[in-house]
Design a protein around this ligand. Structure first.
Ligand code: FES
Length: 156
């Protein structure tokens, strides 16, 4: 039996321990912010989730690895913070087709929790598992820097 916390709620899972967390989230929990962008190759970051405060690729995470952990998807981020992040991405032109955006937003949330005032270099480094085919990365880095600033200002 695998037990964990998903977006603040207790979950008990008794199915195949090798099942991918990505498939569990999408098909059993109907959490559709996590995407399969690279056929489970671990190459795109669209399936990114937070596990015990760390960025993890749910397509490479079997259910047995989430036992006794705390898992968050975009849906588990407090709405006020999620809105600040999403607005910054829209305002800076960091969203085009939007398919990769949930993964970038998750990565942003995890980065800013650990480092509320990242340099552009630190932001770029944090994005090394996330791919975007539309925007290029400059606008995404701009958006994350803007989101970090807004969240810091909100705290004051
Ligand atoms: Fe997981 Fe692409 S679907 S990295």
């Amino acid at each position: 039996m695998i037990r964990f916390i998903l977006n603040g709620a207790d979950v008990t899972y008794t199915g195949n321990p090798e099942k991918k967390l990505l498939d569990f989230l999408r098909n059993e929990k109907h959490i559709t912010s996590v995407k399969d962008g690279c056929s489970d190759q671990g190459a795109c970051g669209a399936c990114m989730v937070e596990i015990n405060g760390e960025a993890r690729l749910s397509c490479l995470t079997p259910m047995k690895k989430v036992d006794k952990t705390v898992v968050n998807t975009l849906e588990g981020i407090p709405a006020g913070i999620r809105d600040v992040l999403a607005r910054a991405f829209v305002e800076k032109g960091a969203v085009q087709c939007g398919f990769c955006s949930p993964g970038f937003l998750m990565r942003t949330r995890i980065l800013l929790q650990k480092n509320p005032e990242p340099t552009r270099e630190e932001i770029r480094h944090a994005l090394n598992q996330n791919l975007c085919r539309c925007t290029g990365y400059v606008k995404i880095v701009d958006a994350i820097a803007e989101a970090a600033l807004k969240l810091r200002l909100e705290e004051k």
